[in-house]
Write a protein that binds this ligand. Structure first.
Ligand SMILES: [Zn+2]
Length: 92
């Protein structure tokens, strides 16, 4: 199942175990690099431009699930934060 990158308002969540923070991401990246080599031949990438970046798979680091990762709103993103203390995590 394809999943997209989290945005400013969303984040990944494993529906299986509730993990919000640790994922193994498999992605295909096509990039263009500016390689600057010194006269001794040691090369270094000084600039990297991403041409294509496709996420193929996101696996939960905790339970290993790959088809249970979903996008959920970040805390405070769905509703304006009016109270200084936060209650429970949404969607639990
Ligand atoms: Zn999990």
């Amino acid at each position: 199942m394809a999943i997209s990158e989290p945005t400013a308002d969303t984040r990944w969540r494993c529906a299986q175990c509730g993990n919000l923070t640790r994922f193994d991401v498999t992605r295909t990246t096509r990039s263009e690099e500016y390689v600057h080599a010194d006269l001794a031949g040691a090369a270094r990438v000084e600039e990297r431009r991403i041409l294509t970046d496709v996420i193929e798979r996101v696996a939960c680091r905790w339970c290993g699930s790959t088809d249970q990762i979903e996008l959920v709103p970040r805390p405070g993103a769905a509703e304006p934060v009016t109270s200084p203390h936060r209650t429970t995590e949404p969607g639990s």
